[in-house]
Design a protein around this ligand. Sequence first.
Ligand code: ATP
Ligand code: MG
Length: 314
Amino acid sequence: MKKPASSCPPEAPRAPAETEAELLRRHAELTELNARLTTAQEQLLQSEKLASIGQLAAGVAHEINNPISYVFSNFATLGGYIDGLLAMLAAYREAETQIGDPQVLKDIRALRAAIDLDFVTGDIPVLMNESLEGIERVRKIVQDLKDFSRADAHQEWQWSDLHHGIDSTLNIVSNEVKYKADVVKEYGAIPDVECLPSQLNQVFMNLIVNAAHAMPKERGRITIRTSHEGDMVRVDIADNGSGIPKAIQGRIFDPFFTTKPTGSGTGLGLSLSYGIVQKHHGRIEIDSTPGQGATFSIFLPVRHAAASIKDQQP
Ligand SMILES: Nc1ncnc2c1ncn2[C@@H]1O[C@H](COP(=O)(O)OP(=O)(O)OP(=O)(O)O)[C@@H](O)[C@H]1O
Ligand SMILES: [Mg+2]
């Protein structure tokens, strides 16, 4: 079938400058679109990773939580019993001189030498303390896993002063920070933010502790800066520590990614923080020059509801 003839007159040829400007404009649009697609894809990937690891974490945390709770509680009781037994042993030892039968005395002394009683009684408190530290660590990891997988769903959104949250978090982590760095606060005028305050505190805590861990041998500096831009509040946590090598910058938000020695980092801090900021419809950006330090910037919408409505718009 023959196509009907078009009624529109053919377009007049455009001047080359106009065409080039149009091309440049379209190119800029496509580049912008492409960047947005890449960001969306990265966020999607990260959410998927978080969701699957979250399920695993929930299962593991649930299984470990009960046994570790009773081990912890039994351990405290056991500590009391052992103190009593050691006191009893010392009393028996004092009474040794009262033993009339030389054979009994000889046997007791032989047994004491065989088990090296002096060493054992000195070593028991050391072993108990080390084990208690170990159990505490497991409890913390389980708690991290629970927070990570569930991040207390029943918490209420409320209007909160972020400066207040940062200050109280600084108090909690002061032991981690005070020997390594000076904290400089550069607080701007920011409005209250509609948020899950204790979860945001967890984010501040992870970022501040990470900054403290990245400090060089000599005393470093952690700067906490806040500002208000449009309908977003920004919190920067900047350090002059080791910085983050370019090669790993794309992986530090991955669950269980850590460069810390085995036993000292679970690698959950940043992935947890990422999930929490995402839940607030915010974002985290990193700026780091290896060898000079790192800045983590958190952008949060002032109003949570506004963020969800905006999200639904194309
Ligand atoms: N401020 C920082 N400076 C340098 N490296 C950092 C900084 N913050 C994070 N990192 C790097 O990112 C990695 C992941 O951090 P993340 O907080 O997720 O885990 P972690 O600190 O190793 O362990 P934890 O679960 O105990 O927090 C760190 O091991 C470290 O290599
Ligand atoms: Mg950490």
